[in-house]
Design a protein around this ligand. Structure first.
Ligand SMILES: NC(=O)c1ccc[n+]([C@@H]2O[C@H](COP(=O)([O-])OP(=O)(O)OC[C@H]3O[C@@H](n4cnc5c(N)ncnc54)[C@H](OP(=O)(O)O)[C@@H]3O)[C@@H](O)[C@H]2O)c1
Length: 224
């Protein structure tokens, strides 16, 4: 495993056929169909923690809970990387349903807003390790592990997904691909990786392909 401290990191992606996660104007929800969404809920139930970025929370206001008929198992914890603590008090993540919410932020955030978020039951933890202007994803994962979250699933946008690949933190990719083309003006699933040589590209080995309604579910594990 490439991730610090054992456990595994799964990167879940839901894209169009051409690897886009949203239109240029940000419209993105429901690219994949019902069967794929149900499978994502099942995957959530198999992880201790779902990790996302503030970009996803602001765009989609997700709950990131397991919502399956008859499910009464554990709900995964939710972790948000949010350097400036922009998480709205009204976010569905804070609606009291689901597992604990942990927000990693930078050192200098508005104290009143922090208190308001904590009053909604979230834990806000300043992080002193950075990757450029944002929080270090590797340090965040190490901290989640310290807190007992071994198996982590990343459900985030292009920036966090790229950070995870760049820092070699992904053990497995679960990729849901809808038979829809969004074109080159759509948002790509990964932000820039800054690769200069092909042999620097992360390589994955496909370990499964299944039909999921009209969509395809591809599973990959890290090859090198
Ligand atoms: N189809 C899918 O599977 C899927 C899933 C989720 C989201 N989306 C779509 O993705 C879009 C949002 O993309 P996004 O890239 O803005 O969202 P994101 O990757 O979820 O969040 C990015 C933000 O997280 C913060 N961040 C903190 N630490 C970071 C780190 N180490 N690396 C990268 N970012 C870090 C940064 O803001 P600060 O610097 O302020 O902390 C950054 O702008 C939306 O359109 C959403 O619908 C699609």
């Amino acid at each position: 495993m490439s991730t610090p401290g054992g456990g595994s990191v799964t990167l879940k992606l839901a894209t169009s056929l051409d690897g886009r996660i949203a239109l240029f104007n940000g419209a993105s929800q429901w690219i994949t169909g019902e069967a794929a969404r149900e499978k994502v809920h099942q995957l959530r139930s198999e992880h201790d923690v779902i990790l996302t970025g503030i970009g996803t929370v602001l765009a989609d206001d997700p709950q990131m809970t397991v919502r399956l008929p008859g499910y009464d198992g554990d709900q995964p914890g939710r972790v948000v990387l949010d350097t400036r603590l922009r998480l709205p008090e009204t976010a569905k993540l804070l609606n009291g349903e689901g597992g604990m919410v942990l927000v990693f932020c930078g050192g200098d955030v508005p104290a009143g807003h922090q208190a308001a978020i904590e009053a909604k039951g979230a834990v806000v933890e300043p992080m002193n390790r950075f990757d450029g202007p944002s929080i270090s994803l590797k340090a965040a994962i190490a901290r989640i592990r310290e807190l007992g979250g071994d198996n982590i699933m990343i459900e985030a946008g292009a920036k966090i997904a790229a950070s995870a690949l760049k820092h070699d933190l992904v053990d497995r990719i679960e990729w849901f691909r809808a038979p829809m083309v969004l074109g080159g003006d759509g948002l790509p699933v990964f932000a820039a990786l800054g690769l200069e040589r092909l042999d620097e590209a992360p390589i994955f080995q496909r370990v499964g392909v299944t039909e999921c309604g009209a969509d395809l579910h591809e599973s990959y594990q890290k090859a090198r």
